[in-house]
Each structure stands twice: as structure tokens, then as C-alpha cells.
Design a binder for this molecule. Structure first.
Ligand SMILES: Nc1ncnc2c1ncn2[C@@H]1O[C@H](COP(=O)(O)OP(=O)(O)O)[C@@H](O)[C@H]1O
Ligand SMILES: [Mg+2]
Length: 285
């Protein structure tokens, strides 16, 4: 999949996809790893930037002993992003955030520009960059989201997860994001359940927010996920024929910038905002 810089520029690669959720535990890290492996298997040079400072980091889950993190770029002990890249399964590349990420927002403008400049080689080396952001609406997370080409919000059927995802989407709406916001419904029972959760979510969003996220796809709940992780095996390698693995592969096909084959929608887009809610908004001004 070698491509000239010219071709890459034309196709808009690398494509930067930030993955977030309102709440921790929604499945971001597992989503990024499994979707990343699927993209890599589809022939794309895929990088994960691990910006989630939670405990179950990408490198912990994959048992990668990464020596370096973005902190090394901040404190000048390394001078290119390519020096801190760790190898994951199936050709997947991992860029560990480490404590460097927290300090990024505290850096003076010119220092921040210097560190960001060190990421430039990725332009040439990567086709897709997935960012595993932390949960919550900190400035760090929101900045990552606003800097990406696409935003994916992971939502589970739990009321708490849905509420927190809503808050996150509200922030994105208020920031008037121009990039596509895509929703993935994780830990659902099946396609029907995924659609039902999507419908509820889109109804609330449609009633109160200006933004129209796209329900991308769903991932079924599968206990093999945590069983595999006990052996440091992501689901896609532990149980490639499982229903959940197939869900990840479909998601990767939908995100794959070189493959527009899978355009199935989780559900038809809800008609944007009924007349009643429009009027309500009108009168509440
Ligand atoms: N589709 C799924 N089916 C079953 N368990 C899941 C699924 N997705 C995530 N999990 C489990 O949920 C927990 C949280 O997942 P994780 O990816 O660490 O979430 P986050 O990064 O959002 O905090 C983990 O124990 C993981 O194994
Ligand atoms: Mg995580």
C-alpha cells in the first residue's frame, strides 16, 4: 500500500479519527485496538495515539513494553514521533501518550508548536490515525476531538453512558464542529438492540441539539473480549469468527478511506426535528 505523497494529499490521508465517550468503561480502548487491527488487516498503515490516561492503556492491554512516550518529545529526550512508536499486533503501531499529554496543554504556545511539529513524519507514514482520548470533557479531550477529521462517540445502553455521551455531543454541538460525528453503540445484544438504543439517542439529540450525528454501527456484547485480554489477545485475534469481531470488521470497512464498499447505515437517519420541537424552540427564545 505504498502511496506517493501526492496521492496521499489527494485522498486526504492520513485520516485522523478521534474516539471518545462521555464516560469511562464504554469500550473506547478495546474499540480502538480491534478497529485498528481490522484496518491494518485491510492494508492500511494504522497508528493509535494512546491519549487515554486511564489505567487500561493500549500498551497495557496488549502487553507492549513501550519504552518511550510523548513525554519524551516534550522533554526533548527524543526528537521525532517515529522514535517513540511501538509495534502492536498485525502491523498496528502504537504511540503511547504517557504523562506527556497532560503537560501539553500547560506548554507555552511555541513549545506546543514544536512538539506538534515533531508529529509531522506521520503525514508520510500513516494512512489512518486513531486517537484513544480520555473520557470526559476536559480541554485536552475536546482539543483532540476538534483537531481530528472525524469524531466517534462510543455509547453503551446504560442510562449513565447515554447521558454522558449526550453531554459530550452537546459540547461538540456548542463548539459547532464541522467534522462528522459518528456514533457507535457498544455492548448491545444484537442489531435490533443497537437500533433501539440509537433511536433513543438520536431522538433526544434531535429534540435539543443542532448537531446531527451519524449512527455508524454497533458492537455486540461478548464476554470473550475480557477472556482474550487475560492472554493479552484483542478479540479480533482471540475470536476472529465471533459476532463482535465481525462488527469491528464492518466498522473498519465503513471507516476505511480507500474502501467505500460498506455504506450500510445502522438505521435510516431520523427526520431532523419535528415541527412541534421546532416551535417549542422558537417560543422558548
Ligand atoms: N463489546 C464488548 N463486550 C463485552 N465487554 C466489553 C465490550 N467492550 C468493552 N468491554 C469491556 O468493558 C471494559 C471497558 O472497556 P475499555 O475498552 O477499557 O473502555 P474505556 O477505554 O472506554 O474505558 C473492559 O473490561 C472491556 O473488556
Ligand atoms: Mg480506555
Amino acid at each position: 500500500m505504498a502511496m506517493s505523497m501526492e496521492q496521499k494529499k489527494k485522498s486526504g490521508l492520513p485520516k485522523v479519527i478521534a474516539v471518545t465517550s462521555g464516560k469511562g468503561g464504554a469500550g473506547k480502548t478495546n474499540f480502538v485496538i480491534n478497529t485498528g487491527i481490522a484496518l491494518s488487516q485491510q492494508g492500511l498503515r494504522t497508528y493509535i495515539i494512546d491519549a487515554d490516561l486511564g489505567t487500561a492503556n493500549v500498551d497495557v492491554l496488549l502487553k507492549i513494553n513501550s519504552k518511550y512516550t510523548i513525554q519524551n518529545l516534550v522533554d526533548k529526550t527524543m526528537d521525532s514521533v517515529m522514535d517513540i512508536v511501538a509495534d502492536g499486533p498485525e502491523g498496528l503501531k502504537i504511540i503511547p501518550g504517557g504523562s506527556g499529554l497532560q503537560s501539553l496543554t500547560d506548554l507555552p504556545e511555541d513549545e506546543l508548536a514544536r512538539v506538534i511539529g515533531l508529529f509531522e513524519p506521520l503525514e508520510e507514514h500513516a494512512d489512518v490515525i486513531l486517537i484513544d482520548t480520555g473520557a470526559g470533557i476536559s480541554r485536552n479531550v475536546v482539543n483532540f476531538l476538534l483537531a481530528s477529521d472525524e469524531i466517534i462517540v462510543i455509547i453503551t445502553p446504560e442510562p449513565h453512558s447515554m447521558m454522558d455521551a449526550y453531554s459530550m455531543i452537546k459540547v461538540l454541538s456548542e463548539k459547532k464542529v464541522t467534522q462528522p460525528v459518528k456514533l457507535v453503540f457498544n455492548m448491545v445484544d444484537n442489531l435490533e438492540d443497537g437500533k433501539a438504543v440509537a433511536k433513543r439517542m438520536l431522538q433526544v439529540i434531535g429534540r435539543f441539539l443542532e448537531i446531527t450525528p451519524q449512527p455508524l454501527w454497533y458492537i455486540v456484547k461478548d464476554d470473550s473480549m475480557s477472556r482474550g485480554l487475560r492472554q493479552f489477545k484483542p478479540l479480533l485475534l482471540y475470536k476472529p469468527s465471533s459476532q463482535a469481531a465481525k462488527c469491528f470488521i464492518t466498522v473498519a470497512e465503513k471507516l476505511n478511506p480507500l474502501k467505500n464498499a460498506d455504506t450500510r447505515q445502522l438505521m435510516e437517519q431520523e427526520a431532523p426535528k419535528g415541527l412541534a420541537s421546532k416551535l417549542k424552540r422558537f417560543f422558548s427564545k
